[in-house]
Design a protein. Structure first.
Lengths: 114, 117
């Protein structure tokens, strides 16, 4: 079975400070991992994906995530938050052995204060 | 522009009515998906289709129906049997096969917000 736990439902940071959104996963086999972002009343946009080529994955808009198998984690980080980063972020796990179905975390709402 | 379109953006339904949500893609993707999003619950899979004229139930298919008569189109009908249909509905598509085994990201449409009056 597969599951995703996003450890914080809400995160609040000041503009210009680092962002950390935490994600732990459970998967019986080697997973694919993704981070998606959703702005209010919009669809989801892919930020980055882990495809087993490198454990540190760089995405769009300055975001990156590190795959740590020993900790079953895939935390999302950004060195300096921008007001436009305010959105909801979803950590997602998938696996070919489960038909490539996506399993979503509950989401983390990021608030950026000026 | 390539992408996924969903219509309408907002939809209102009276009790006992069936309504159909449209999803069209011009990405030439084989697979299409319907998700339901409720606050604080992430996305849950309703139905998916990997090929024309074939589809499978997801985790919460009760009260919903779909068809896949064309590769580009995957409409979702919310029937009167769905007890709590008010939600944000998202359509997605993806390729099926790629030389990179784990290349299975899904591309999402802008969503339809359904409200039952």
């Amino acid at each position: 079975a597969q599951s995703v736990t996003q450890l914080d439902s809400h995160v609040s940071v000041s503009e210009g400070t680092p962002v950390l959104l935490r994600c732990n996963y459970s998967s019986s086999y080697s997973p694919s991992l993704f981070w998606y972002v959703q702005h209010p009343n919009k669809g989801l946009q892919l930020l980055l994906k882990y495809t087993s080529a490198a454990t540190l994955v760089k995405g769009i808009n300055g975001f990156e995530a590190e795959f740590k198998k020993s900790e079953t984690s895939f935390h999302l980080t950004k060195p300096s938050a921008h007001m436009s980063d305010a959105a909801e972020y979803f950590c997602v796990v998938s696996n070919a052995e489960y038909g490539n179905k996506l399993v979503f975390g509950a989401g983390t709402i990021l608030r950026v204060k000026s | 522009d390539g992408g996924i379109t969903q219509s309408p953006k907002y939809l209102f339904r009276k009790e006992g009515q069936n309504v159909t949500l449209s999803c069209e893609q011009n990405l030439n993707h084989d697979a299409m998906y319907w998700y339901r999003q409720d606050p604080g619950q992430g996305l849950r899979l309703i139905y998916y289709s990997q090929i024309v004229n074939d589809f499978q139930k997801g985790d919460i298919a009760e009260g919903y129906s779909v068809s896949r008569e064309k590769k580009e189109s995957f409409p979702l009908t919310v029937t009167s049997a769905q007890k709590n249909p008010t939600a944000f509905y998202l359509c997605a598509s993806s390729i099926i096969r790629d030389t990179r085994r784990y290349y299975n990201e899904q591309f999402f449409g802008p969503g339809t917000r359904l409200t039952v009056l």
